[in-house]
Design a protein around this ligand. Structure first.
Ligand code: DI6
Ligand code: FE
Length: 407
């Protein structure tokens, strides 16, 4: 370790779940260890016995568990309106077709988002973000996709940027203009894709409002060919891509994302072997979204065992959105990933730390307690990482540290 400076802070007397990738110990667990922080970065992870006796900037954690800050790598947290009443109608027997004909479903959220001011969207999003931060989230992805025109997509991404400026959290904004065909393009989806590729994406990219591009490749979204057009245009501008793929049917979206060296292929319930092989080749992360699987009462599970055997990194995220996953809890998503998809609790933890970091292009700086990584970590009134997975809702968070500061 380098020579300590007087204002370096040592978080001592901790049980660290470092989540370091190549550590053979489960969770990279280290009892009686300390984290040395310089500014906003981890300078070193050291044994308690190696703490210099004279150093005075120490914080005693009384043996508590410390993990990396949680990373939610797939959310749709900014939206107007509310779909609770529509959901209740559905459970009371009103058909989805009837609701759609009345302007329900995703179009209801698009209309409400278009009709909301940026300020009111910000006000609605803040408490949702707060709930995730309360659970220990320090990095979060947020997608656009309820605007579906240049003006409304820009408004959503402005809100996302504002959330990042107002809160102690690192936000990764994603352009999901190709989320659904907007009503005014119902008879011309290709025309809408042209608008996305030629206007919305380049214009908002120039304004530096997002860092990756997503598409919903599905029968109810866009075809494989339309999705590829978006990826081609993104690649030409040097923008990383990812996709909502193989959620409700198999279209080959995961292989497509992989061919464009995508950051992640998300949902993937209907992923096949060819798709898995393509993901292995491209280092694309498999993002599992058990909240949507549960809420839609899906039956087809993602091929977790094959992903595990093939060494594809698996992330876990909330997919927080008003239509298919109204759950702003990453602890719950971890629990569901274990119960419904068969992840081990350790895999679920990797899924909200280092693998989620990789899915956001932050794998070299986020998601592990390791020298050189950002000093984003959580102190828990807990002994074992499994506790947060086992009992979502109890939330034993004791302290949230973002960039070296208690917040
Ligand atoms: N997949 C989904 O399940 C959601 N979006 C997506 O791409 C649906 C979003 C909504 O219903 O509002
Ligand atoms: Fe989603």
């Amino acid at each position: 370790m380098q020579q300590l400076q007087s204002d370096d802070v040592i978080w001592r007397n901790a049980r660290l779940a470092t989540m370091v990738a190549d550590d053979p110990t489960p969770y990279g667990l280290k009892a009686q260890h300390a984290i040395v922080v310089r500014g906003d970065t981890i300078l070193a992870v050291i044994a308690e016995s190696d703490i210099p006796a004279a150093h005075c900037h120490c914080i005693d954690l009384a043996g508590r568990l410390v993990t990396p800050g949680l990373i939610d790598c797939h959310t749709h947290l900014v939206f107007g309106g509310d779909r609770a009443a529509e959901w209740e109608q559905r459970l009371n027997g009103v058909s989805y077709q009837t609701l759609s004909a009345q302007g329900g479903g995703i179009n209801a959220s698009v209309a409400a988002t278009r009709n909301s001011s940026a300020e009111s969207l910000l006000e609605l999003a803040q408490p949702r973000l707060q709930r995730l931060m309360n659970e220990g989230v320090t990095t979060l992805e947020i997608k656009s996709g309820y605007g579906l025109n240049a003006e409304a997509e820009e408004k959503m991404l402005w809100v996302v940027r504002q959330l990042g400026l107002n809160n102690p959290i690192d936000i990764s904004p994603t352009l999901l203009a190709a989320h659904a065909v907007p009503a005014e393009y119902r008879d011309d989806p290709d025309g809408y894709i042209r608008l996305v590729c030629e206007q919305i994406m380049p214009e908002l990219w120039r304004k530096a409002l997002f860092e990756a591009v997503d598409v919903f490749c599905e029968h109810v979204g866009f075809t494989l060919a339309q999705s590829e057009r978006v990826f081609q245009a993104a690649t030409a501008l040097g923008i990383p891509v990812k996709g909502h793929v193989e959620q409700l049917s198999h279209l080959g979206g995961a292989a497509l994302v992989s061919r464009y060296n995508g950051l992640s292929a998300d949902h993937i319930e209907y992923l096949d072997n060819a798709g898995i092989q393509a993901m292995v080749q491209s280092d694309t992360v498999a993002v599992l979204l058990p909240g949507a699987f549960y809420f839609l009462q899906e039956r087809q599970r993602p091929p977790v065992e094959q992903l595990r055997q093939s060494g594809v990194p698996m992330a876990v995220a909330t997919d927080y959105n008003p239509g298919t996953s109204p759950f702003a809890s990453l602890h719950l998503a971890m629990n569901m990933a274990c119960v419904q998809f068969g992840l081990t609790p350790e895999e679920a933890w990797a899924g909200v730390t280092r693998h989620a970091a990789q899915a956001l292009g932050r794998g070299a700086t986020h998601g592990q307690l390791k020298a050189g990584f950002v000093a984003d970590f959580i102190v828990w009134d807990a002994q074992y990482p499994v506790e947060m997975v086992y009992e979502p809702g109890r939330n034993p968070l004791y302290q949230r540290v973002f960039r070296g500061k208690r917040v």
